[in-house]
Design a protein around this ligand. Structure first.
Ligand code: ADP
Length: 486
């Protein structure tokens, strides 16, 4: 990580070196020709021209390198190689500038010496700005540039020239110190900029990941919603299938129940017709017979109506309902079933109980299922001891409905498996009644459980949330009903 950062910093430094290179060409392009012109009359032309030619050659090399670097696509940049090339070119340029020592040697007077020394000092300082991105480039340039003239000046028996040499050494130290400082500051800035860049990049990556996770979460939620909708649909279908199954099992009892009024209707009709034939009947008697027929027909139609509504299929219709009203509505079915098995049934649900939040049909299905199980459990017991008690009581939050029988009761092994799908002890049982009842109760926000009675038999309990405590947001149909009512 640090290695890669250092490499990237170095690459940036090399880029800066080449970017600033054109400014560094000024001494060779302007100052060297001017110096040549000034010294033209006092120093042999040949020497001057050779010096200038060599210097300009190094300039051309630096220009060529710079152009090549600019044209080279960034991916091909090999910073170390490009730095080395430029360092060599700088060293060559420095050596040529250091060649001014010859000009000093040939210089006719102190004035010219001073001018040359001044120009060397300027060129030395100018390099600080342009070459320090790569410190070695500056050192390779500055040392050969300064040392030969300075050493020559120091070696002269002349106080002024020696002083100029000493000053040259001081300038060199100052320039190298400044270059070092500038280089370090630049490195720090680059490190900070690149680290921030990395940070911003990692933020961007983290943001992208977070967005990706969010997207997946949304998809997962949508999937879960779809699954839950499918599960709810399946539960509704299962509950419906179970109701149809119950009706199928009750078919003989129901047929008997419908047959009774139909038989009565037949009898009353025949009696009425006989009276009409004999013309013995007064209109009042005929009206009475017709009223009896109408009553029996209404009875038959009420039972058919109940069967139809019990068999209906549809989404759960949550509403605020009274438990005792639900029991009244299903009582016909329950009474029919217990009568067939010579079992007594009693109801204990006060109208004072709080309203519950429920789909009435599904709750009736649970009660019917529990009563039919109770009947099955009492099929072998003593006839006069057979009784089912359906009761309801409440605390603030729930209404608890219990179906108590005096049947075989529950052994511990049965209790632990009661709610498992397909667990049954009956020869023709499906083992689905209780699991379906439990699913319905849980969908209402309640729970279903069984307890053994202190005497004979068992009691099955389930709870429904009272309308004031139920979570209305979970039951959209119900909320609509409540809004309509309020
Ligand atoms: P099924 O009635 O088809 O067997 P259920 O899920 O309704 O399916 O009941 C599962 C089992 O629970 C029954 O077979 C029976 O063993 C036991 N059970 C249910 N109700 C009672 C009860 N009132 N008394 C004793 N056992 C019961």
């Amino acid at each position: 990580m640090t290695d890669s950062l250092d490499r990237r910093i170095h690459a940036q430094q090399v880029c800066l070196l080449y970017a600033q290179a054109p400014m560094g060409f000024i001494p060779s392009v302007l100052i060297a020709p001017i110096l040549t012109l000034i010294l033209w009359d006092v120093i042999p032309h040949q020497v001057l021209l050779i010096w200038l030619a060599l210097l300009e050659t190094t300039l051309l090399i630096r220009i060529a390198l710079t152009v090549a670097f600019q044209r080279c696509p960034p991916v091909d940049h090999d910073p170390v190689r490009w730095a080395t090339r430029y360092i060599i070119a700088c060293a060559a340029s420095g050596v040529c500038w250091g060649g001014t020592v010859i000009l000093l040697i040939l210089s006719p007077s102190l004035v010219y010496d001073t001018l040359i020394a001044l120009i060397i000092g300027g060129v030395l300082m100018g390099g600080v700005l342009t070459m320090t991105p790569v410190l070695n480039a500056y050192l390779a340039y500055a040392l050969p540039l300064v040392l030969p003239p300075v050493l020559w000046l120091l070696l002269q028996d002349d106080l002024i020239r020696t002083t100029m040499g000493v000053t040259g050494i001081l300038y060199l130290l100052l320039a190298v110190g400044t270059a070092h400082r500038y280089h370090q500051t630049l490195t720090q800035s680059l490190r900070l900029a690149l680290s921030n860049g990395e940070l911003a990049q990692s933020f961007a990556v983290a943001k992208e990941q977070a967005e990706d996770h969010y997207q997946r979460l949304v998809e997962a939620l949508a999937q879960e919603e779809r699954l839950s909708a499918t599960a709810q649909k399946q539960q509704t279908l299962l509950a419906h299938a179970s109701r149809l199954n119950t009706l199928g099992e009750m078919a003989s009892g129901l047929v008997h129940e419908i047959n009774q009024p139909i038989t009565a209707i037949n009898l009353y009709t025949e009696a009425g017709l006989a009276r009409l034939r004999n013309q013995a009947s007064a209109p009042a008697e005929l009206r009475e017979t017709l009223e009896k027929i109408a009553a029996q027909s209404a009875r038959a139609s009420a039972i058919i109506q109940k069967i139809r509504s019990f068999a209906r299929q549809g989404k759960p219709q949550y509403a605020q309902v009274h438990v005792h009203e639900l029991l009244d509505e299903i009582a016909d079915f329950l009474n029919l079933e217990v009568r067939r098995h010579a079992i007594r049934i009693s109801y204990d649900a006060s109208p004072e109980l709080p309203l519950v939040l429920a789909d009435g049909l599904q709750v009736q299905q649970i009660i019917l299922n529990l009563v039919r199980n109770a009947i099955d459990a009492m099929s072998t017991g003593q006839r006069d001891a057979r009784i089912i008690v359906i009761s309801a009581r409440s605390d603030q939050k729930v209404v608890e409905i219990a179906v108590k029988d005096t049947g075989t009761g529950l052994d511990p092994d049965t209790v632990s498996q009661l709610l498992h799908p397909f667990f049954t002890t009956k020869p023709n049982g499906l083992g689905l009644g209780l699991p379906i009842s439990q699913t319905i109760v849980e969908a209402h926000g309640g729970r279903l459980w069984a307890t053994a009675n202190s005497g004979a038999g068992a009691t099955f309990h389930f709870t429904l949330p009272t309308a004031s405590c139920a979570d209305h947001s979970e039951y959209p149909v119900l909320s609509a009903t409540i809004n309509e009512q309020s």
